[in-house]
Design a protein around this ligand. Structure first.
Ligand code: SF4
Length: 361
């Protein structure tokens, strides 16, 4: 699989829990940014056979119709063989014209930042859309013929109850949404909610909510395939590239790439990026780095990692090298080995970070 990630860092509003690489929308900056993106594309001599393209943000839908068209024009030479062409959109900055434009350029998957269908919670976290806007957008997308839709949801919001989350899932289910990403609210230091003193769920509460939500999603027919991701229609091909630890190209502010044993990191500084100084770090990865990163990504998947693949790719005896940590977590029913696959059990998914720290040690 050959994949391209494109980062659009602009947002019309800043949400109170957000720690992503983003900047306030400014028409002039966006125009300059698209020029700089075009420079990076030419400089990197992108391939013309990507099978997945993912436009993420920020808020890609914050671009005006003309800017969005320019972006899609820039990407057109690289999207001829694309199977899954995704874009992240927010309900308040999307409309019928933009949806029709996406359809015309063969964008076939939408990832919608809904977060919750409860208006009082949306307001609390600084989102500018309402539940009505989200429902209207989903209906509109479907009527235009874009049916492959992911909805992002968050749990652990201030004053949110488990019942609120169940109702969000009910709405997703009733609307025939085929993919859900559901994340626990994690507050980094430089977020508004953290400054306001909000304390998110503790580990124990989080594990309980995670389990209840997982049961509810499964009851509704969703299939769990990654720590925070569920599908009915199909999993995200693009995200599977990251979790399978395959190479991908990333362009735009703060974008990362994984190419031929190198992790390339673009600058997070918009001024530098607009001046075409896009690359910040080029880190060669040694065998040890790659084994750990492969484990870190692969254990996120319910399918797990093929042990034969790891052994032959990295010339190691995986079971021997990590015997102590594997034995420890198999005994705790957090890892399991079955038919040459090692995978995280549902219990292990709740404590994946702790397991990974042990692998790192
Ligand atoms: S729209 Fe997304 S990227 Fe922008 S501030 Fe909100 S959470 Fe962050």
């Amino acid at each position: 699989m050959s994949s391209l990630y494109v980062h659009i860092p602009f947002c019309h509003h800043i949400c109170s829990y957000c720690d992503f690489c983003k900047v306030f929308y400014n028409e002039g900056w966006v125009n300059q940014y698209l020029e700089a993106l075009s420079f990076e594309m030419k400089d990197k001599e992108l391939s013309d056979d990507y099978q997945t393209i993912y436009i993420g943000g920020g808020t890609p839908s914050s671009l005006s119709l003309q800017q969005l068209k320019k972006l899609l024009d820039l990407l057109q030479p690289f999207s001829k063989k694309v199977l899954e062409y995704s874009i992240e959109i927010n309900p308040e900055s999307m409309n019928e014209e933009k949806l029709n434009l996406l359809k015309k350029y063969h964008v076939n998957r939408l990832s919608i930042g809904v977060q919750t269908f409860h208006d009082h919670l949306l307001k609390k976290i600084g989102r500018y859309h309402t539940s009505y806007d989200a429902i209207h957008l989903i209906k509109l997308a479907k009527s235009i013929g874009i049916n492959d839709i992911n909805v992002d949801l968050i749990y652990g919001l201030p004053n949110q109850t488990l019942q609120d989350v169940y109702e969000d899932i009910d709405m997703v289910n009733q609307m025939g949404i085929g993919h859900v990403s559901i994340y626990s609210l994690i507050l980094e230091d430089n977020t508004i909610l953290k400054h306001e003193g909000y304390i998110p769920l503790n580990d124990e509460e989080d594990a309980y909510w995670y389990q209840c939500i997982d049961c509810y999603l499964k009851e509704k027919g969703f299939i769990h395939y990654e720590v925070s991701n569920y599908y009915k229609r199909k999993p995200s091909l693009h995200n599977l590239v990251y979790w399978h630890y395959q190479d991908y190209q990333g362009i735009g502010l703060s974008a990362h790439s994984l190419i031929q044993h190198h992790r390339l990191e673009n600058t997070k500084n918009l001024t530098k990026y607009l001046e075409h100084h896009y690359l910040e770090h080029d880190c060669p990865l040694n065998n040890e780095d790659e084994v750990f990163e492969k484990i870190m990504m692969g254990l996120r998947l319910t399918d797990g990692i093929n042990i034969n693949d790891i052994d032959s790719l990295y010339h190691i005896d995986f079971l021997k090298k990590y015997k102590d940590v594997i034995d420890k977590y198999v005994k705790l029913n957090m890892l399991e080995i079955d038919n040459q696959y090692i995978r995280t059990t549902f219990e292990g998914m709740k404590y994946l970070n702790t397991i990974l720290v042990d692998f790192l040690d």
